[in-house]
Design a protein around this ligand. Structure first.
Ligand SMILES: [Zn+2]
Length: 297
C-alpha cells in the first residue's frame, strides 16, 4: 500500500470507528430514553387524495409508521387527514372509518380519533356516538375551524353541542388553537370542566394569554405540536404555569416532524421527571382515565 493510500485508508478507518462510537452512543441514549406517546398524529388517506406536509414524503401508512419508528414514537393517537380537511359529513365519516381500521390493525400502537365538523351538527353528534360505541374511540379531534369553506368561531352553539356530546360519552376533546376569548367562551359551556380538553399548538402572539386562560381550567391540557411551542422557553413557560402533568407530547405529524418536537422536549430546561410526564406518562394516564389501555407490543 502506498503511503498516500495508506494515510487515506487510516483516515477512513478512523472516521468509521468514530462514527461507530457516536452511533453506539446515540443508540444507547435512544434505548435508555422513554418511548414517546404522540397525541397529535394525522395519518395519510388510503385513497391517496389528501396528504399533508409541504411535499408529502410519507404517503402511505407504512411510510408513516416507519418514520414514527425513526423518531422513537412508540404509540399515539391517529386521526385522518381526510376527516380534518373534509368538506362534507361523508368525507369525515369515511376518514374516521379508515382510522378505525388502522387503529384495529395497530391496536398495540395507536388509538383512533374521531374527527367531525360542528357545522354539520346532526351528523357530527351522531358520528361521535358511532365512533365511541362501534370503534371504542375515546378521543374527538383534532377539531379545526379555519379551513375553507368554513371559518367559524369555537364560541358557536354547535361547538358547545359537540362538547356536550363528548362530555356525555366521557371522551376527550382535541382542538386546534384559537383566540383566548374563544377558549373562554367554550369554557362556559355545560360539561366543559368535566371533560379533558386538549389545546393544540398555542399561537404566536397570544401564547402567554392562552396559557393564562388554560391555567384557570384544570381539565385542560396543552399539546406541544408545531407552532410557538418550538420557540425556546415556550414549553418551559407552559410547565411553569400549568405544571408538567398538563403538557402532552404532540407533533402534528404529518404536517410537522415528530423528531424535531422530541428534540425540543428532550433539550428543554426541565427535570427528567417533567420530561417523562410530557413524553408519554401524561398521555397514558389520560387515556387510562377514559378507559383506553394498550396491549403489550
Ligand atoms: Zn393537527
Amino acid at each position: 500500500m502506498r503511503s498516500l493510500s495508506r494515510r487515506r485508508w487510516l483516515l477512513g478507518a478512523g472516521t468509521a470507528a468514530m462514527g461507530a462510537v457516536v452511533w453506539a452512543r446515540n443508540r444507547a441514549e435512544r434505548l435508555s430514553a422513554p418511548a414517546v406517546f404522540d397525541v397529535h398524529l394525522h395519518m395519510p388517506s388510503e385513497n391517496g387524495g389528501i396528504f399533508q406536509g409541504l411535499y408529502g414524503p410519507t404517503r402511505t401508512m407504512e411510510d408513516f409508521v416507519r418514520y414514527l419508528d425513526r423518531c422513537g414514537v412508540a404509540r399515539g393517537i391517529i386521526s385522518s387527514a381526510q376527516s380534518v380537511w373534509a368538506t362534507s359529513p361523508e368525507e369525515f365519516r369515511a376518514g374516521n372509518r379508515e382510522v378505525a381500521r388502522w387503529a384495529e390493525k395497530y391496536s398495540h400502537r395507536f388509538a383512533g380519533a374521531c374527527v367531525v365538523h360542528p357545522v354539520y351538527i346532526e351528523e357530527a353528534l351522531r358520528e361521535i356516538e358511532e365512533c365511541h360505541r362501534q370503534f371504542d374511540m375515546v378521543w374527538v379531534g383534532e377539531i379545526i375551524n379555519y379551513h375553507r369553506p368554513y371559518g367559524w368561531s369555537y364560541s358557536i352553539r354547535q361547538m358547545q353541542q359537540v362538547l356536550e356530546q363528548v362530555s356525555r360519552l366521557k371522551m376527550a376533546l382535541h382542538i386546534h388553537t384559537s383566540e383566548p376569548q374563544e377558549i373562554r367562551a367554550l369554557a362556559e359551556a355545560p360539561g366543559f370542566e368535566a371533560t379533558p380538553v386538549v389545546w393544540a399548538h398555542l399561537k404566536d402572539g397570544t401564547f402567554y394569554e392562552e396559557v393564562d386562560v388554560l391555567r384557570r381550567y384544570p381539565n385542560t391540557y396543552l399539546d406541544v405540536a408545531a407552532g410557538v411551542n418550538l420557540a425556546m422557553g415556550s414549553i418551559e413557560y407552559a410547565v411553569k404555569h400549568l405544571g408538567s402533568r398538563r403538557v402532552l407530547f404532540g407533533s402534528d405529524f404529518t404536517v410537522a416532524d415528530p423528531c424535531v418536537t422530541r428534540t425540543r422536549v428532550e433539550h428543554a430546561y426541565l427535570t427528567a421527571e417533567e420530561k417523562q410526564d410530557i413524553l408519554s406518562r401524561n398521555a397514558y394516564q389520560l387515556l387510562a382515565r377514559l378507559g383506553k389501555t394498550f396491549p403489550a407490543a
